[in-house]
Design a protein around this ligand. Structure first.
Ligand code: HEM
Length: 134
């Protein structure tokens, strides 16, 4: 089994529009993503670990700053990001985190759901991740 299948090169009109972005932005975004994962991991751990350790501010700032930078670097490539699962699920993630922090839903499963949602859609194949929904 291969995920490469027979590649067809006709433009797929069901995907969101893309634009070229400079190579250095692409490479930086990979590094920023790695840092985002560190912030996100510590954020998740404070909810899951027994005794709920306090979240060090450094990691909160790291997750938030790298998250906003990632949104920017993704939008430079995917010009209709907020019409695609890739962008919409990030918004859903932020709403879920707000709901959890305010205690409107049980925080542990809500944060866990937000994390799994983000991780799934960050790695889903292109025809799902960048499908233009509307
Ligand atoms: C201001 C706050 C945040 C913003 C703007 C933000 C934004 C983003 C963006 C744009 C992506 C890339 C999505 C993609 O490639 O499709 C992402 C990935 C991700 N985010 Fe966040 N995020 C924030 C905070 C958090 C927090 C607090 C967590 C922890 C629950 C988190 C967990 C994740 C995970 C697990 C991924 C997938 C990483 C990967 O596997 O590549 N994010 N985020």
């Amino acid at each position: 089994m291969s995920d490469k299948k027979q590649t067809h090169h006709h433009p797929d009109t069901r995907l969101g529009r893309t634009a070229d972005r400079p190579y250095w932005i692409w490479m930086s975004s990979i590094f920023i993503r790695a840092l985002h994962q560190v912030g996100a991991a510590v954020f998740l751990a404070t909810f899951l670990l027994p005794g709920h350790p306090a979240l060090p501010r450094t990691y909160l700032v790291l997750a938030a700053v790298t998250g906003m930078l990632l949104m920017t670097t993704e939008m430079l490539r995917h010009r209709q990001l907020l019409r695609e699962p890739a962008g919409l699920t990030t918004l859903v993630k932020l709403v879920l985190m707000g709901i959890a922090v305010h205690g409107w839903l049980p925080p542990v499963p809500t944060i866990l759901a937000a994390f799994v949602l983000a991780a799934f859609f960050a790695h889903a194949p292109k025809h799902i991740r960048h499908l233009r929904l509307f």
